[in-house]
Write a protein that binds this ligand. Sequence first.
Ligand code: FNR
Length: 338
Amino acid sequence: MRKYRKREHVENYLKTDYRGDPLFNDMYLPHISLPELSVDEIDTSTTYLGKKIHFPLMINAITGGTEFAENINADLAQLAKRFDLPMAVGSETIAMEDEEAVESFEIVREIIGEEGIVLGNMNGNLTVDEAKKAVEIIRADALQIHLNPAQELAMEEGDRDFRGTAERIRAANEALDVPVLVKEVGFGMDASVVERLYDLGIRHVDISGYGGTNFFEVENLRYFNSDMTELYGWGIPTAYALYEAVALGKKDLHITASGGIRNGLDLVKCLILGADMCAISGEILRYIVHGGVDYASVYLDDLINKVKIVMVLVGAKNIDELRQVKWKATGRLLELLR
Ligand code: FNR
């Protein structure tokens, strides 16, 4: 069952056509005609999980567990290696039950090598032993735990009881010697949830907001006899969720932005809002499946180039300077912020 579901998630994602709004277009950026900068001095480097990287983007959790998924993971890992990007594997829950599934995750570390950054991924039902195993399989630099109640409720066979998740996250975080990063899957994390996680001891979150991959639609395409369309608009838009998480002002909280980041301009806007890191799943998956590593590389080269162009045009030499950019909220984002 789980194996077929993994494949359907990828295939149905590629069939989705509903476009939610992460509200990046409601951010107005000033155009600086006198930047006094050279493109060559633009510095996009940052530190992530204690390692220096060239660009603040990671490939977010997508898949694993089957041969089909292994091929995708191998391509994603090659892309990550080529661009020096951290990569999270998809949920390793399947590897807890099925020894044969392990290889589809291991391959990611094999390709990326020990010097690269690889994150594990589990759901919130994990035990401490499973958390340890998920880290061991790929010698993970961190373990992502995903919160996905909306997705589970959209699945006929999904979870219906979400009690005890906070305590399991706390226990896993305490038992592991690598950081736990708690993420959403594209519905956004409310600031109250971020605060609760912080109080549990979590110092890494990915607010994974609304406006990109939409699991109400992805799951809906798996069924013939149910209709989820009225929930396609459900979720916290990425720009808003990110703003509110940053506004909590927790200095030692590392915030990753994901959900609907499609191009360089979106990514720069997340950095301006205060994200420490950005992540993409859907858009990268689309390029990998349709044209492999070379095609996805053209997409990423363009994205990186656009980031540098926009950094010059807002007059920011590095990521720290991006945080000083005086942007303005318009439209729905402004209404939500009022
Ligand atoms: C995902 N995502 C995901 N997240 C997670 O924590 N564990 C998982 O196993 C998966 N699986 C998965 C499969 C597919 C096909 C997609 C497209 C996505 C969610 C992903 O990591 C991310 O949070 C959301 O997709 C939002 O980002 P994008 O896709 O809008 O860039």
